[in-house]
Design a binder for this molecule. Structure first.
Ligand code: PXP
Length: 260
C-alpha cells in the first residue's frame, strides 16, 4: 500500500489570515486521518507564515499518528526538530520570497550541513528524508548521508503542459526511482500532485509514500476534508490493482530497454 501523507499547511494559512484560532490545523489533521491519511505533514517555515511551533507541539502530543515535519537545514529549526522528535523529518530548501518549495534541496552543495543533521535525526530515531529533484548527481550525493529515504520533487511533472513534456518528466522520475531501488533508498514523492496527475506517479517502481497538500485542501472546500482525503486514498489504492502492477512492469521494462 502506498502511504498518503496529507500536508495541512494551507489550513494554518487560512487561520493566520484573521489571526484567530479557526480553522484549527489539529482538527484538520484529525479529519484527514479519519479520511485515510497515513501521516500528517507540516512545514515549519523559518518565517512561520503558516504552521507555528505550538501547532507542531500539539500535533506531536495529541495526534496519535505519524508526524512528518518538513524543515530547512537552519540550525534553529534543526534544534526544534530534535526536541519535538517527529516520526519523520523531510529536509527541504527554503527561500523567504518563494510561495512554495520550488526545487529540491541541493545535497551536493549543502552536504556538510545535511550529513550531520541527518545523522543527528537518525540517532534520535527520526527518519530523515531528503527532498530532491530527480537528478542523478543529487541522488548520488544522498548516499553520502545517513538518510536512507528521498522524496522526489514532482513539481516539474505536475507543471508539464503537454504530453511529451509530461512523459519526459515522468521518465526522469522513473530513472530516479530505479536508482533508489538499486541503492536501498526508500522512495517518496510530492509537490503539485493532484487528483488528475497522480496516475503517472503511481507507476514509479518502489513508491512508498506520497505527500499531498494543496489539491486536497482545495477540494475540501467543496467536499469537506475527510471526503477529499478519502477520494485521494481511493486513487492510491488503484495502484495495488492487477492492471496497475502490469502497467508499472511494462513501463519499467520499456525504460530499461531505452537505457541499453
Ligand atoms: N512535499 C514537500 C517536500 C513540500 O514542500 C510540499 C509543499 O509544502 C508538498 C510535498 C506538498 O505539495 P502540494 O501542496 O503541492 O501538494
Amino acid at each position: 500500500m502506498i502511504l498518503l501523507g496529507v500536508n495541512i499547511d494551507h489550513v494554518a494559512t487560512l487561520r493566520n489570515a484573521r489571526g484567530g484560532a479557526d480553522p484549527d490545523p489539529l482538527l484538520a489533521a484529525q479529519l484527514a486521518l479519519l479520511g485515510g491519511a497515513s501521516s500528517i505533514t507540516v512545514h515549519l517555515r523559518e518565517d512561520r507564515r503558516h504552521i507555528r511551533d505550538r501547532d507542531v507541539e500539539l500535533m506531536k502530543e495529541k495526534l496519535g499518528a505519524p508526524l512528518n515535519l518538513e524543515m530547512s537545514i537552519d540550525y534553529e529549526i534543526a534544534e526544534f526538530a530534535l526536541r519535538i522528535a517527529p516520526d519523520q523529518a523531510t529536509l527541504v530548501p527554503e527561500r523567504r520570497e518563494e510561495v512554495t518549495t520550488e526545487a529540491g534541496i541541493d545535497v551536493i552543495r549543502n552536504l556538510k550541513r545535511i550529513a550531520p543533521i541527518s545523522e543527528k535525526l537518525r540517532e534520535k530515531g527520526i527518519r530523515a528524508v531528503l527532498f530532491v529533484d530527480p537528478d542523478p548527481a543529487q541522488l548520488h550525493a544522498c548516499l553520502k548521508t545517513s538518510s536512507r529515504a528521498v522524496e522526489l520533487h514532482t513539481g516539474a511533472y505536475a507543471r508539464a503542459v503537454n504530453e511529451p513534456e509530461r512523459r519526459k518528466e515522468l521518465d526522469r522520475l522513473v530513472k530516479a526511482a530505479l536508482f533508489c531501488a538499486e541503492n536501498g533508498l526508500a522512495l517518496h514523492a510530492g509537490h503539485g500532485l493532484s487528483y488528475h496527475n497522480l496516475f503517472g506517479i503511481l507507476s514509479l517502481p518502489g513508491l512508498r509514500e506520497v505527500n499531498i497538500g494543496h489539491a486536497i485542501v482545495a477540494r475540501a472546500l467543496f467536499t469537506g476534508l475527510e471526503r477529499a482525503v478519502r477520494e485521494m486514498r481511493e486513487l492510491l489504492d488503484l495502484a495495488a490493482t492487477h492492471e496497475f502492477i502490469e502497467r508499472r512492469r511494462s513501463f519499467t521494462e520499456e525504460g530499461a530497454r531505452k537505457e541499453r
